[in-house]
Design a protein around this ligand. Sequence first.
Ligand code: 4NP
Length: 157
Amino acid sequence: MVKVLFVCLGNICRSPTAEAVFTRLVKETGLEERVLIDSAGTGDWHVGHPPDVRATRAAAERGYDLTALRARQVGREDFAKFDYVLAMDDENLRELKRLAPPEHAHKLRLFTEFSSKGAGAVPDPYAGGPQDFELVLDLVEESARGLLRDVLSRIDA
Ligand code: 4NP
């Protein structure tokens, strides 16, 4: 089993979007039995809340259902459990580096590293407008395709 954790700040916009997008891609590839996918936030303000209605609506337009997801905060045990711990931006990555035990630090990456378009981050859309949520989906879909290639190479190895 390859285990992937997506991490943003609140776990109500970007990382639930990434969880839903990557889950669908993995299902379409027939790998749902071999890949475990989850998301979490570095902050605790939204723990237990469903995703932001704007993120839910934008994702639904592209056929992704976020409604069953609930926010949780990343914990120390996540670094041992997951093979990939993927931050949406540099601030999330800095926080993860601060929290991660050194033996698991190699699992921490920026999600957009997997994008062939070379985007630097998935920008925080929380204070933005509808176009910011569309950008999140564009960047997440692009990065998810690259991540799938990386996961496949690990499964084949
Ligand atoms: P996310 O977006 O990190 O993509 O879930 C945010 C959600 C909430 C807040 C900031 C960003 N907040 O400040 O409450």
